[in-house]
Design a protein. Sequence first.
Length: 129
Amino acid sequence: MKHGKPRITHQREVILEELKSVRTHPSADELYDQVRQRLPRISLATVYRNLEFLTDQGLVQKIEVGGRQKRFDGNPEEHYHIRCLDCGKVDDVDLDRIQSLDKSISRTCGYKVIGHRLEFMGICPECSK
Ligand code: ZN
Ligand code: MN
């Protein structure tokens, strides 16, 4: 299957490009619809597999918000997210990681804290209108 390899790499590149082109934190299904515009013959399973691979490589991240469907983020850096309780969209929060929080938690429970995940929720500006 030597000849199959470049195509797989190309698919992966397209998936990565498409994910990085949006700020919407799409689910695998949503990204699949988007990628299909460029690669009509790609399967959902292939998109899943490549998303897992890209996540393992640290090129993208998988985020879990609202405990529902996993979403993907083309920005692999640690950052906070906020979810609109009305329309369900997930936005980035432009705020530095709160380092002091790790220290407080460490003091409280005696753990050496490696990191944290925080999920914010609210009503987005569009839904507030
Ligand atoms: Zn909203
Ligand atoms: Mn994000």
